[in-house]
Ligand binder design. Structure first.
Ligand code: G3P
Length: 246
């Protein structure tokens, strides 16, 4: 399962992208509005930063308006995927844009029949909103699983992009449900990476390293064979100038 980040805030994209885990970014009108940035500028900056698949959503409600906007945003970068709502006009626009070779992401999907229609209209991605389905007491991940099963049985190539992800368990469940992609908010990424045993293990390793024979916590690790002239770091990771023994 690939990871996209679900945000239009450039600092969040930059930070998680530095982990080397992103294959794309999803935005929507609410996320772009809350970033306070110009739509075109922020999409182009994100595309430059991440590459991959960058979803930019149209705001027109009629098919003609969506097609016009879709062609425009697709022209902003080769990485742009045009995001369209799951409405009759959205499907019509999807058919036209995908026939022109423009990648599309059909959003606001809440049922398997909707997802089957989007696939037949040529969607590259379908975005079932797991969290919002959970919000009304149904099982959002079960929706993701059923869409994927129906697509596999129908030999449908549209990718299932699990959206409206609210917590790390949603990410696990989406992967186990067979989602091709999960688009994850910044906060959830910062939760996913943490584990108390990882930190405890690292602390113990570094403590033992600092206690190794002949070494004192201040002695730079460079003493252990790297070039003392270049300096090194202490067991606490602080840089040491000139590798001089303290
Ligand atoms: O990008 C669409 C989707 O991920 C929205 O999520 O948290 O507003 O339900 P949420």
């Amino acid at each position: 399962m690939q990871f996209f980040i679900d945000t239009a805030i450039i600092d969040e994209v930059r930070e998680i992208n530095a982990w080397g885990v992103l294959s794309g970014v999803t935005t929507n009108p609410s996320l772009v509005a809350s970033s306070g940035r110009d739509f075109r500028e922020v999409i182009q900056e994100i595309a430059q930063l991440v590459g991959g698949a960058i979803s930019a959503e149209v705001t027109a409600l009629d098919a003609e308006g969506m097609i016009k906007e879709g062609r425009e945003v697709a022209g902003w970068s080769d990485h742009v995927v045009v995001k369209l709502p799951l409405t009759p006009a959205g499907l019509q626009a999807c058919k036209t844009l995908s026939s022109e070779g423009i990648k599309t992401n059909i959003t606001l999907c809440f049922s398997v029949p909707q997802a089957l229609l989007a696939a037949r209209a040529g969607a590259t991605y379908i975005s079932p909103f797991a969290g919002r389905v959970d919000d009304i007491g149904w099982d959002g991940i079960e929706l993701v699983r059923q869409i994927k099963e129906a697509y596999v049985l129908g030999d449908i190539q549209t990718k299932v992009l699990a959206a409206s992800i609210r917590h790390p368990q949603h990410v696990v469940q989406a992967a186990l449900a067979g989602a091709d992609v999960a688009t994850v908010p910044y906060k959830v990424f910062t939760q996913m990476i943490k584990h108390p045993l990882t930190q405890a293990g690292l602390d113990a390793f570094l403590k033992d390293w600092a206690k190794r024979a002949g070494a004192s916590p201040e002695t730079p690790s460079s003493e252990a064979g790297t070039n003392p002239q270049q300096g090194g770091v202490t067991a606490q990771g602080e840089p040491v100038q000139g590798g001089q023994k303290q």
